[in-house]
Design a protein around this ligand. Structure first.
Ligand SMILES: Nc1ncnc2c1ncn2[C@@H]1O[C@H](COP(=O)(O)OP(=O)(O)O)[C@@H](O)[C@H]1O
Ligand SMILES: [Mg+2]
Length: 451
């Protein structure tokens, strides 16, 4: 095999057109929101809601919800980019998304806000002005110490004389070696004044992977929101929390004190429509084509459509599947992969993934589960003719391996759902004759030239 770094060159692309990273805010990235974002048609309900949230002067808190891979992170990135560059009242935001980790306290939360916002201001002010600023160098010291020793704040910090420049704590005596959360909130307040002095209307903080925390433990998320409630009320700050479907209802609604400071409704994102998903991919073909060269589609549009239906619109899974398909083709293969062949290859890939993890009866029962897609313990038991205990043993193992996930509970019935990447197995069993008659019916060109 040739050791070049571009699997996609043979199709005429500089990068993988099916890359599933969220679109970047940076124009320098191969796929940026500026160039690669496709507006969502559901915008009347979603984009407008987020825009109206950000149009409220003074700050706020909102939840953006949706299933994995529907485009939540990208959606928020797009809006951040718009407000940073196109708005009359500009809202700046730290370059990356912030990830909430398990067990975060208010302190961890505040330290992360301070670190990311001061990093953003450093870009804006330039190194010189940044270092001259007393508040910024204090914060850098606090945040810096924390990242060096990991454990917390050390006594030597008092050298920096924090508290002096900050209104609310000026009169308080500060114990040696201790920075209270109130100090940290004052720092945030100080930073916000600086932001406004720079001519910006506010700051957007984008917290991205609450779904990771929340899935394991709703209680942990509740504790987190209770703990950070005060920090969330800094004026001029817009907090956007991205989470899995249902988080607002499960976590925020039962906490009246927290709910009262949140935007009424969460923004709920549905999967992109089939046309939008296709537009996303077509746009990428154009953007990533090697300049002046011919390119061809690595897979036909029928493959994209078929995967779109298999994965019920979750575009991340669609694009991952295509990358996986192309990675399994021989190097010499340089035409558009057609549906019949794609289906066969993809089923083989997924099946071998199952066989690597499960064996014998368990494997057979899993394939039954895959055929069902969604099921309860007793439904699967009936289908596979196994006892409740036996099924439960399997389910626990599959949960641990991320082969299935828990869905809602209806009465005493817990529903389970097969991970979307196994949906193709269902296809196989339901339509064993998945045939070639579906291919080559489209008049879409499968190639083009980059102008
Ligand atoms: N509106 C859109 N326009 C262009 N690409 C999109 C759009 N929505 C999602 N994508 C792409 O789909 C993939 C999944 O999106 P992502 O934002 O990571 O989903 P989520 O955060 O919901 O898991 C990413 O590669 C992203 O670039
Ligand atoms: Mg995401």
């Amino acid at each position: 095999m040739e050791l070049t770094q571009n699997l996609w060159e043979r199709y005429g692309f500089t990068h993988n057109p099916y890359d599933t990273k969220a679109l970047s805010l940076s124009k320098a990235a191969p796929l940026s929101v500026q160039e690669a974002y496709i507006p969502r048609a559901d915008s009347a309900a979603t984009a407008d809601l987020l825009t109206n949230f950000l149009r409220n002067p003074g700050g706020g808190r909102i939840v953006v919800e949706g299933d994995p891979g529907v485009g939540k992170t990208t959606f928020v990135n797009f809006h951040r980019q718009q407000w940073e560059t196109k708005a009359r009242h500009k809202l700046i935001s730290p370059p990356g998304e912030i990830s909430v980790r398990e067990g975060w306290s208010e302190r961890d939360f505040l330290l992360n806000l301070l670190a990311s916002l001061s990093a953003r201001l450093r870009l804006d002010l330039g190194e010189k002005a940044f270092e001259k600023n007393k508040l910024l160098s204090e914060i850098t010291a606090v945040v810096g110490v924390r990242s060096e020793d990991g454990s917390g704040l050390s006594g030597s910090l008092t050298l920096f004389g924090f508290g002096g420049g900050l209104g609310r704590t000026r009169s308080k005596s500060v114990k040696i070696g201790e920075i209270t959360n109130e100090h940290l909130r004052d720092y945030l307040h100080g930073l916000m004044e600086l932001v406004k002095k720079q001519g910006f209307a506010g700051v957007i903080f984008h917290f991205d992977n609450l779904e990771l925390l929340g899935r394991r433990d709703v209680g942990a998320l509740k504790t987190f929101f209770e703990a950070v409630r005060d920090a969330l009320q800094e004026s001029g700050v817009y907090f956007i929390f991205v989470a899995n479907t249902g988080m607002f209802q499960q976590v925020i609604v039962p906490l009246p004190r927290v709910r009262s400071i949140f935007f009424d409704t969460p923004v709920r994102l549905d999967p992109l429509s089939a046309l939008e998903a296709k537009a996303v991919i077509d746009r990428r073909y154009q953007l990533l084509a090697v300049p002046g060269k011919q390119w061809i589609k690595p897979v036909t549009d029928q493959v994209v459509e078929s995967l779109y239906h298999i994965f019920t619109g979750r575009i991340r899974y669609v694009m991952n599947a295509i990358t996986s398909l192309i990675s399994h083709l021989p190097d010499s293969y340089a035409r558009s992969l057609e549906l019949a062949q794609a289906t066969t290859i993809f089923q083989a890939i997924v099946l071998s993934e199952v066989k690597a993890l499960l064996h014998g009866t368990e494997e057979a029962v899993f394939l039954q589960a895959a055929a069902a897609g969604r099921f309860t313990n007793s439904e699967l038991g009936t289908r596979a003719q196994k006892s409740k205990q036996q099924i439960q043993k399997y389910l626990d193992n599959w949960l641990g391996l991320n082969l299935v996930s828990q869905k809602e509970r209806v009465g005493r019935n817990q529903f389970y759902e097969i991970d979307p990447r196994f949906a193709i197995l269902r296809e196989q069993q339901e339509h064993p004759q998945m045939s070639s008659e579906l291919t080559e019916t489209s008049s879409n060109p499968t190639s083009g030239t980059n102008p």
